[in-house]
Unconditional design. Structure first.
Length: 529
């Protein structure tokens, strides 16, 4: 018997388990469908390149065919391991813009304005640059500058300045706008996931039980009060009880899927899958949105200090492995997307509406399509897309992947903003600093010069940059799923705590905001106990 049962040991679940179990009188269980985070590919930052090509620690979902992407299915990697997606992501530490959170509050979510959430960002953070009015020290999540940055990151920043964009030394400072290097969730040359920062140091607590390889099948109820969960573990169907709360932290795909499997969601949809409706909550699985991304790739054969497949590249990689093993320094401490920027598609915009990620290698198809030689890449995405999709059940089988439809490029404004961003990005890449390296845009995108051609290229090649949110949206409307305390509407003893509750996608990478959401949720949960 536990006080709290948490489903999903991702970025949010690790925070919840660690913080709630700080009270020795509280018993906490954390269930994770994947294994422990033991793979060296997780802890070595450069291992990201190999994980992207496999199903190691990865649900490796696909979307349904996307109308906006000419019928293609998109790729949706999600962490299936302790640490969740923080164990397989590109480790970029970004909070978003203060206006993002003020917008959440303006939509009726009391306590979620920027001034409300900043203390939780600071509580979670140990920034090696030091503490100030916007940054914390002493928190579990280590944040730092890259240990051994590649010279091409600073070259990208210089090229962007040549194109007229201002340098920004801290994207999480007073203003997000500009170009610069990303800070990362690393420590001592290793990935610093939510598991490493929050969970691992506390695994020996007697009041915390972590169960890996445990696939939750449904939430259990007495009436409309959550009392525990059913899960499959070691070939057996088991149950675990929660006297206070069940907390779903399965992410933008897993949490709505679990609610629907448990009878909470759009009634007609659940009935069509043979599921008895416990509570008709039509917003479950709706409002899915994500940062769709388009990439320009440049071939730079003479720049062999960039990542690439060649004899020199293999020698470099061998040396990099030895250096990382012995010293935790060198090329394998990279997160690949070392630099970037937050820029405006037009001077008329009040704040940045585009994000750039500069990658020190030739990234095609999420890195799953190897290509010979060395080069670099740049991504662009629209920060606040208007396209909205959904997550639905494929069947009533908990082991079946959900039907994921992010509705990419179905809003005309998103399309036009992406086209503008693509042209801005190409202008940066063609500035003297990068052009002088001999880098040439590959034919995959170089043919696309007119707006119509660029749109066609993006529909043929665009895909996610891994920031799905919104499927258990926070709010008080008829299509909202949780209230501003993250309690599921119409239910008792049941919360959702993860990126699925975001009313609107924040302007940037979503890992740090998800950790913030969980830090704040801990206070909400304690206040209700």
């Amino acid at each position: 018997m536990f006080d709290y049962v948490i489903v999903g040991a991702g970025s949010a679940g690790c925070v919840l388990a660690a913080r709630l179990s700080e009270d020795p009188s509280v018993k906490v269980a954390l269930l994770e469908a994947g294994p422990a985070d033991s793979s060296v590919l997780i802890h070595c930052p450069g291992g990201l390149a190999l994980m992207a090509q496999t199903k190691i620690a990865n649900w490796a979902y696909e979307t349904v065919p996307q109308k906006g992407l000419n019928g293609r299915k998109g790729y949706q990697p999600r962490g299936k391991v302790l640490g969740g997606s923080s164990s397989i992501n590109a480790m970029i530490y970004i909070r978003g813009q203060s206006q993002d959170y003020d917008d959440w509050a303006a939509q009726g979510n009391s306590g979620w304005a920027w001034s409300d959430v900043l203390p939780y960002f600071k509580r979670s953070e140990n920034n090696e640059r030091g503490a100030d009015e916007l940054h914390g020290q002493g928190g579990p999540l280590n944040v730092k500058d890259l240990t051994s940055p590649n010279r091409f990151g600073s070259m990208f920043v210089k090229a962007a300045q040549e194109a007229g964009f201002a340098f920004n030394a801290d994207f999480n400072g007073a203003s997000q706008e500009g170009v610069g290097s990303f800070q990362v969730t690393h420590k001592n040359g290793e990935r610093w996931s939510a598991a490493k920062g929050y969970l691992t140091p506390n695994l020996n607590r007697p009041n915390l039980q972590v169960i890996t390889q445990a696939q939750t099948t449904r939430v259990l109820f007495e009436g409309k009060r959550a009392t525990g969960v059913e899960y499959r573990h070691e070939g057996q169907l088991k149950t675990i009880s929660a006297t206070r709360e069940v907390i779903l932290s399965g992410g933008a795909f897993g949490s709505p899927q679990m609610l629907m499997l448990s009878g909470i969601g759009p009634g007609a949809h659940l009935q069509s899958k043979g599921i008895n409706v416990l509570h008709d909550l039509p917003g479950v699985g709706q409002h899915l949105h994500d940062h769709m991304d388009a990439v320009q790739v440049y071939h730079a054969p003479e720049q062999t200090d960039l990542f690439g497949i060649s004899f020199t590249g293999m020698v470099n990689a061998f040396k990099g492995v030895q250096e990382w093993r012995n010293q935790r320094t060198g090329m394998l401490t990279t997160n690949f997307a070392e630099a970037g920027g937050f820029i405006k598609s037009s001077p008329d915009e009040a704040r940045p509406d585009l994000q750039l990620h500069f990658v020190i290698g030739k990234l095609i198809n999420h890195g799953r399509t190897p290509t010979w030689g060395h080069g670099f890449s740049c991504h662009v995405c629209v920060l606040r897309p208007k396209s909205r999709g959904s997550v639905q059940l494929a069947s009533n089988d908990p082991a079946a992947a959900p039907l994921i439809d992010p509705a990419f490029m179905q809003d005309a404004d998103d399309v036009q903003c992406m086209i503008k961003g693509f042209k801005v990005m190409r202008n940066i890449m063609n500035q003297p600093t990068l052009a002088g390296t001999g880098g040439k845009e590959i034919a995959l995108s170089n043919w696309a010069q007119s707006d119509a051609q660029i749109e066609q290229f993006m529909r043929n090649n665009g895909d996610t940059i891994y920031h799905p949110v919104g499927t258990c949206r926070m709010g008080s409307g008829a299509l909202d799923v949780v209230d501003d305390q993250l309690r599921v509407h119409g239910m008792q003893g049941l919360r959702v705590v993860d990126a699925s509750i975001m009313p609107q996608l924040i302007s940037g990478n979503t890992n740090a905001p998800t950790i913030m959401i969980a830090e704040k949720a801990v206070d909400l949960i304690r206040a209700a106990a």
